[in-house]
Design a protein around this ligand. Structure first.
Ligand SMILES: *[C@@H]1O[C@H](CO)[C@@H](O)[C@H](O)[C@H]1NC(C)=O
Ligand SMILES: *[C@@H]1O[C@H](CO)[C@@H](O)[C@H](O)[C@H]1NC(C)=O
Length: 235
């Protein structure tokens, strides 16, 4: 499956790295209108009480149209996308990747405004359970848990932050839940394998450079800056 190109575009970090142009073919008015319409939509968005409305498939209409597959992956979020991509490297394996949401548009590339997307159908709208010592300022002490719904999953919503878990969390998984192979030391080679780290200085003991997943420091938003510069020239 030619999934790689599909999936990589779903990762905002990659987009920033490649400098995908915001409104490259448009102009500043179009861009402002697009931004404004998303902000207005977010401000008027009603968080779902029951996110079944976000699943648009009618179970009675599912037919065997797509054939049979060696693997069916539910969710084209960060991990589903990576798993589908890796499995599809074996040419004679067939892989079906299912995703309830769609493609996020240019608005999701403006990282500083990504919190508005939490108030849209790109977020499943979950809350945490009631917390004892956290979320003190929230109704019922339940935090808002943004979980992306769309190609790229939560990378649509999280402002392109990249953070590896704390080593002790992985070590705990291994020891407490009996998951041999899930300690930080055993996972580190895979973290490195996935990474194309382009920040400096970088410690090669912890970061990889040959993987598909570009990690960089935050750049400015190149397309927007270009439009601004053009606009200034006109003025
Ligand atoms: C989550 O909490 C917010 C208010 O804090 C509420 O508007 C929303 O309906 C809740 N969502 C669910 C699924 O209960
Ligand atoms: C895939 O192809 C290889 C080599 O052509 C073959 O050995 C293998 O059995 C095939 N696997 C499947 C699942 O068809």
């Amino acid at each position: 499956m030619k999934m790689l190109s599909y999936l990589l575009v779903a990762i905002p970090l990659f987009m920033v790295q490649k400098g995908f142009g915001l409104g490259e073919n448009g102009n500043i008015e179009e861009l402002s209108a697009m931004v404004e319409s998303h902000i207005v939509a977010a401000e008027n968005y009603v968080l779902p009480k029951d996110n079944a409305k976000l699943i648009k498939v009618d179970p009675y209409k599912i037919v065997g149209y797509y054939g049979t597959f060696d693997f069916i992956i539910i969710g084209a979020g960060t991990s589903g996308s990576v798993i589908a991509n890796r499995l599809s490297e074996i040419g004679n394996w067939t892989v079906l990747l299912l995703e309830a949401g769609g493609h996020a548009d240019d608005f999701s590339k403006i990282l500083g405004l990504s919190s508005y997307l939490s108030y849209s159908d790109f977020n499943w709208g979950y809350n945490s359970t009631e917390q004892q010592n956290a979320c003190l300022g929230r109704i019922n002490q339940q935090c808002f848990l943004t979980q992306g719904r769309g190609l790229g999953g939560s990378t649509i919503l999280n402002g392109a932050f990249y953070a590896r878990g704390h080593p002790e969390d992985y070590n705990r998984w291994e020891s407490v839940y009996g998951n041999p192979g899930w300690s930080y030391d055993k996972l580190l080679p895979y973290f490195k394998k996935s990474e194309h780290a382009v920040f400096y200085p970088r410690d090669k003991k912890f970061h990889g450079v040959y993987g598909p997943f570009t990690i960089s420091q935050v750049n400015s938003t190149p397309g927007l800056v270009r439009i601004k510069i053009n606009e200034m020239k006109v003025v």
